[in-house]
Design a protein around this ligand. Structure first.
Ligand code: UTP
Length: 638
């Protein structure tokens, strides 16, 4: 395999600094509160080109390092080398756990300032865990990447907390909970636009001293001031973080800014008196700056606090621009913007492929449905799965989770891995290009395993960890889509989602005589819209019943819409699927997704989106044959 590029951002703790290690003291004193923090990846980060090698090699500009991929040697480097310790620490953990081989890491771009409370070391650790996962097919999900990055950093003399590795999530606010040595995390869906700026104060702070001073108040308070520290990092912090989460969800920038100021005041009053490093005169001077007041709703310290970095929440985009300009030009600080916008886009798709494919017997005795051939517009004959992945990739999806039977992993791995050089050299230039694309897509694929074929709903629930509390796309593995315009069907769905963050099913206009074959969606369409709010979902109704009760009115006309096969799932879908599975609530022996979506419809609402395109089903012999002929008609052999 050629090299892969991996980028991992730094992270910013918006609220809840120090609560990660404080929450860990619950192991010794259960009266201590759980820790809570809101953490986000930033735009700046570390980028590297990485490939397999026989040794452990790392290079950053003119500095480089190489050693044998030997556990004792790596541990020694992790414990002693001030510069390469982090990388070696993670490699040591992976060598110990998975007996991985060597790696060649070329750090090509670092836009992240080091030692400024933005966790450049954690970003490097996550980057190495991710690179190993991709190169050696370890299939680490984000939580596992974070665990390995953390364990890697604990091999070094640095005392990192569990909060730092949240950079693995990328630029989105994550609510983290720290309970003893357990962590939980949840993405916070942002309900409005938030314009942050953060800046390096170009001063100095001694993080080790801050941590040593504050740790003295744990696990058992010795005096009133220890109690104040525990209260501020515990119960009071929980209140602040809970409120901040609510305000982010509601899109209330003004109140969030005021809460930042309050959280800083709490910290200054209750925690700062315990460490001289927290007097932070430069930070506090900026809090009083009139320009800051003009452009911002709020401001507070960053990371361990002290005179390291500062964060601001600006009033709007224009104020963000003006503040950046003021900080960099007038105050000569390094300042960066961080914007959360409401329309954050889905990047993940789940593709269930574990079904047996009885309707396509006997070909499925020899080949997985996913690898059935279909002609494509570029003249190549492709496996159905690649046509689907290509469509999703062209729609902006960058993480794919294939739900498969574990025994079939080899088949998929073989497909996504290198061709022998001998065969590759024989390929035509177009085929070579496509083979490179297959490998690129392969680096974005992870697997979830379905142990028993218990239905689509069950298959989806197997990808719960991958979804990780985010809205995700669900695409059935035995369909492909054909757009009627230039925008892929999946992109049309994602564009609709950007404006309507909700659970969504795609819908297709269906003749009344065919409704008995499908799940039917009922609603009301006005003004020729391409979407409607679903008022009823009915599985395979009979024609008479449908004509009386299940039509959708479209400007007075009666129409019938069936489920098309592509969905946006919210985290609640996974919760409800789990409940059904735990209660053994099957339908005809299988766990289904339709009943769960109907539940969501009742509580949160469900939208039907009608794409300008067609779904081509390859799941049964008749439709596959039609699909093949139809695509040959649409994309004739050159
Ligand atoms: P289907 O309903 O077409 O089931 O699943 P199937 O097993 O593939 O095919 P038949 O009905 O036996 O012919 C729709 C999608 O959900 C996946 C399938 O692989 C297909 O992509 N699926 C279904 C699973 O991953 N696991 C299951 O338990 C059921």
């Amino acid at each position: 395999m050629d090299s892969i590029k991996v980028f991992v951002p730094g992270r910013l703790c918006l609220f809840g600094e120090h609560s990660d290690w404080a929450g860990k003291y619950r192991l010794e004193n259960d009266a201590i509160n759980k820790g809570y923090a809101i953490v986000t990846g930033i735009e700046e980060g570390i980028e590297a080109e990485i490939k397999k090698a026989s040794t452990f090699k790392i290079k950053n500009g003119s500095k480089n390092f190489e050693c044998e991929m030997n556990l004792d040697k790596l541990k020694e480097v992790a414990g002693t080398d001030p510069y390469w310790c982090y990388a070696a620490g993670v490699a040591a953990v992976l060598k110990g756990k998975y007996n991985v081989g060597g790696i060649d890491i070329d750090i090509t771009n670092v836009t992240l300032p080091e030692k400024k409370g933005l966790s450049s070391s954690a970003a490097l650790c996550v980057l190495i865990a991710r690179a190993y996962s991709k190169l050696y097919n370890l299939n680490l999900d984000i939580k596992k990447e974070m665990d390995i990055a953390y364990l890697g950093e604990t091999q070094t003399p640095s005392k990192c907390g569990r909060l730092d590795q949240a950079c693995a999530f990328g630029k989105k606010p994550i609510l983290m909970e720290f309970d003893g040595d357990k962590i939980n995390y949840k993405e916070i869906p942002v309900g409005g636009d938030f314009y942050f700026v953060f800046a390096d104060l170009m001063s100095h702070k001694d993080t080790v001293k801050i941590l040593n001073d504050l740790n003295k108040s744990f696990p058992f308070p010795r005096c009133l001031s220890d109690e104040k520290v525990q209260y501020c990092l515990g119960a009071l912090n929980e209140l602040n973080v809970t409120l901040a989460t609510k305000l982010l969800k509601e899109g209330d920038s003004y109140s969030l800014g005021k809460l930042m100021i309050k959280a800083q005041k709490d910290f200054d009053k209750l925690v700062a008196p315990n460490s001289s490093e927290l007097e932070a005169p430069i930070l506090h001077n900026l809090f009083n700056d009139s320009k800051v007041h003009e452009y911002c709703y709020g401001y507070k310290g960053v990371g361990s606090q002290g005179d390291g970095s500062i964060q601001f929440l600006c009033k709007d985009k224009e104020s963000q621009r003006k503040l950046l300009d003021y900080l960099t030009t007038d105050l000569k600080l390094n300042a960066y913007s961080l914007t959360f916008d409401k329309t954050s886009i889905i990047k993940k798709a789940i593709i269930p492929l574990a079904g047996y494919g009885t309707r396509m017997f006997p070909v499925t005795k020899a080949i997985k449905k996913a690898f059935l051939p279909l002609p494509d517009k570029d003249g190549l004959t492709k496996p159905v799965l690649m046509i689907l992945l290509e469509e999703l990739y062209n729609s902006g999806i960058t993480e794919f989770c294939l739900v498969i039977d574990e025994e079939e992993k080899e088949i998929y791995d073989a497909f996504f891995s290198d061709l022998s050089k001998e065969v590759y050299d024989k390929l035509s230039p177009e085929a070579k290009k496509y083979e490179d694309f297959i490998r690129k897509i392969g680096s974005m694929v992870t697997y979830a395993y379905q142990k028993e074929k218990l239905g689509l709903g069950h298959a989806v629930s197997c990808a719960k960890e991958f979804a990780g509390n985010e809205d995700v796309l669900l695409v059935l593995g035995d369909q492909v889509y054909q757009t009627n315009n230039v925008t892929p069907v999946s992109k049309q769905l994602l564009d609709y989602y950007a404006k309507n963050r909700n659970a969504i099913v795609t819908a297709s206009l269906t003749p009344l005589e065919d409704v008995y074959k499908y799940g039917i969606l009922t609603g009301e369409i006005s003004n020729n819209a391409n979407a409607f709010s679903v008022s009823k979902m009915t599985e395979k109704p009979d024609t008479d019943f449908a004509s009386k009760y299940l039509y959708t009115t479209n400007d007075g006309k009666k129409e019938y819409y069936s489920v098309f096969g592509e969905y946006v799932l919210t985290p609640k879908v996974f919760e409800l699927l789990d409940q059904n599975i735990n209660n053994g609530k099957t339908e005809k022996g299988e766990y289904q997704i339709t009943s769960v979506l109907d539940e969501i419809r009742k509580t949160d609402g469900l939208y039907a989106f009608i794409p300008d395109g067609e779904m081509v089903d390859v799941g049964n012999s008749n439709s596959y044959q039609k699909a093949f002929v139809k695509r040959l008609g649409t994309y004739p052999i050159k």
